[in-house]
Ligand binder design. Structure first.
Ligand code: M6R
Length: 611
């Protein structure tokens, strides 16, 4: 939520900032802005515009219209105050000295605002961020770092801040607490950004800021301080992936590109983790003894990552016989969860920065749980705060709707289940072997599904005008339905619900009438007959049924459903991994036909760093 970038160097800053922001727009796209120190004028030159970054970029002629070599930029996902020019960041202090960009929420902003108003400060925006800019100016007496330090003692909440002061135009200040911020070390220049993609064009040497840290960026380098303002040495990491991985590469949308990349992502994620017929995790810290001592597994996540957790519950319980509870991270903290030192808490997050998930992780740790995270973004906060990390290695995921991260998270949950079950002796040799064999075949089978994309496009053309859709399924198919439904509503804005088929008769079936679209998921062989009964049930109430099943059940399904999509047969555990692909494609094509902004759906952002 909100993207920040900052640059101090010898090039013109505005084009660098705008280019960086273009890579961060997935984090928020309600408005954008930059503040650059103008050498000529000796003042801050601030430009902001409501709407997509392109509006600002056109206004500034791609940055050519702004002079100066030090600046900060922001792309906004509105929280406090509607999207508007005045509420856009950078927010500037009354005296025009201090400009601030912010990602996060200042929880006690109202109280601080009242304090400042009382001192005669006039506010122009409705944002919580303006309080930070005004407060820095209020405390500023010629020592910017000291003023920032005083402000940090007073503000509460989550924040990544980029600060530029007209009196110290050769430096920027970066601050991080509970919102991501990285530092970039260039030759004769320094950067800050919400994520690596924004600066990768300029440098591959990055430092990950920790909570409570402050950094002073100059052309000569970056000096970091801890929360006590003591100088600290930051470890510099080298980023080795290419910027092309974060570009569209000829595809019309990132989402489509990322759907198509799934087989490759799975190969990267799974193949190195199966060695000589056994699951193998590099540098894995969970000992056999510990695994045998686990009494309960808690899976905690949000959105699609939570849906992976739902699949994980079915598969982990089946494989390991350890009780598994899945919790929405936003609920976990407030439900007095039962966690102790024999609870393994599996935290799933693509971005590794989701605030609710991070808060749940910290709560679980406080209660004594051991934290294993499944994360895509290397070096992200969740990864760094976990006891163990399994990286999905899906590569950068830019579209707001997750696809390849979901598939790789699921593969890792399945591998984890097999690994534990092998140690616990709760899986039959034959089942273990066939699951691993199928795991290795998964990318190729996924390619088969992707090759049928024109069929899905055809179905989308038949159904894109519906305004309400039900996804139904049992067990793994129910978990799959949750994801199919979220994908569809998220990008096409069609109202959609997922139900465990058996629950329909307890209320929801009253909504089924002539022509209601029901996507019936019947891939799970063990419950196929039950799935069929539910198809008959909704059909007899007039539903138009689009079914998803495996090749081996296709014939039977065709006899009842109006239309059928098939996936190759595979091991039961892996059915959702194949089943999700047609559902992703369906959502994509429906959204395309409805003219939606697929990569940047309304009201959403890729990384949700507010509670
Ligand atoms: O980065 P995370 O996996 O923690 O994100 C969690 C959700 O915000 C995310 O999965 C969201 O539901 C996706 N936009 C769904 O496509």
């Amino acid at each position: 939520m909100c993207g920040i970038v900052g640059y101090v160097g010898s090039e013109q800053a505005a084009p660098v900032l705008l280019e960086g922001l273009s890579r961060l727009e997935y984090r928020g796209y309600d408005s954008a802005g930059v503040a650059v120190y103008s050498q000529r004028e000796g003042t801050l030159s601030v430009h902001k515009a409501k709407g997509r970054l392109q509006v600002l970029s056109d206004l500034l002629q791609g940055g050519a219209a702004v002079e100066g070599t030090v600046g900060i930029g922001h792309t906004r996902w509105a929280t406090h105050g509607a999207p508007s020019d005045v509420n856009s960041h950078p927010q500037v202090s009354q005296g025009g000295k201090i400009a601030v960009v912010h990602n996060g929420i200042i929880e006690n902003y109202a109280e601080l605002k009242a304090f400042l108003v009382d001192k005669g400060v006039t506010f122009v925006s409705e944002t919580d961020t303006e309080v930070v800019a005004q407060l820095i100016e209020y405390f500023y007496d010629g020592d910017l770092l000291a003023a920032v330090g005083r402000v940090l003692h007073r503000i509460k909440g989550a924040y990544a801040l980029g600060i530029l002061c007209a009196d110290t135009p050769d430096q920027l200040i970066a601050v991080r607490k509970d919102s991501p911020l990285i530092l970039g070390y260039g030759k004769g220049c320094s950067f800050m950004a919400s994520d690596v993609t924004a600066i990768l064009k300029h440098t591959r040497e990055v430092g990950y800021m920790e909570d409570g840290e402050i950094a002073v960026l100059t052309r000569e380098g970056i000096q970091c301080y801890n929360h006590l303002m003591q100088p600290i040495q930051k470890e510099i990491s080298h980023v080795d992936w290419e910027i092309d991985a974060a570009e569209k590469g000829g595809y019309e949308h990132f989402m489509f590109k990322e759907i198509m990349e799934q087989p490759e992502a799975l190969r990267r994620c799974v193949f190195p983790r199966i060695r000589e017929g056994e699951v193998w995790f590099e540098d894995f810290g969970l000992s056999e003894e510990y695994i045998r001592s686990i009494q309960k597994i808690y899976i905690v996540a949000c959105g699609s990552s939570y849906h992976v957790g739902m699949v994980g519950k079915y598969n982990l319980e089946r494989l390991t016989r350890i009780p598994v509870e899945v919790a929405l991270a936003s609920e976990f903290r407030y439900m007095d969860p039962i966690v102790n030192d024999r609870t393994l808490v599996v935290v799933i997050s693509q971005s590794g920065e989701t605030l609710d998930t991070m808060a749940a992780l910290r709560e679980a740790r406080k209660l004594g749980g051991r934290i294993l995270s499944i994360v895509n973004v290397v070096g992200s906060s969740i990864a760094r705060e976990s006891d163990e990390v399994l990286y999905t290695w899906a590569g950068p995921e830019i579209a707001v709707a997750t696809t390849k991260a979901y598939s790789t998270q699921m593969a890792l949950i399945d591998l984890l289940g097999l690994y534990f079950a092998r140690i616990l002796g709760t899986v039959e040799e034959q089942e273990y072997r066939s699951a691993l064999d199928e795991m290795l075949l998964l990318p190729a089978k996924m390619e088969e599904v992707l090759a049928d994309k024109d069929d899905i496009q055809y179905f989308a053309s038949q159904y894109f005008n519906h305004d309400s859709v039900f996804f139904i399924g049992r067990n793994l198919d129910y978990a799959l339905g949750l994801e199919g439904s979220l994908k569809l509503k998220e990008i096409s804005y069609i109202h959609s619900e997922a139900y465990a088929s058996g629950e329909l008769k307890h209320g929801t079936i009253s909504l089924i009438e002539d022509g209601t679209l029901v996507v019936a998921l019947g891939t799970y062989g063990r419950l196929f007959e039950k799935a069929m009964s539910n198809v008959v049930e909704v059909k007899s109430r007039g539903a138009d049924v689009l079914a998803l099943t495996t090749k081996s059940h296709e014939k039977e399904m065709r006899e009842t459903a109006n239309a059928v999509i098939t996936i190759p047969d595979t091991h039961d555990l892996l059915l959702p991994s194949l089943g999700v692909v047609p559902l992703q494609l369906f959502a994509y094509y429906v959204a395309l036909m409805r003219g939606c902004d697929i990569d940047k759906p309304r009201n959403l952002a890729k990384s949700v760093t507010v509670e």
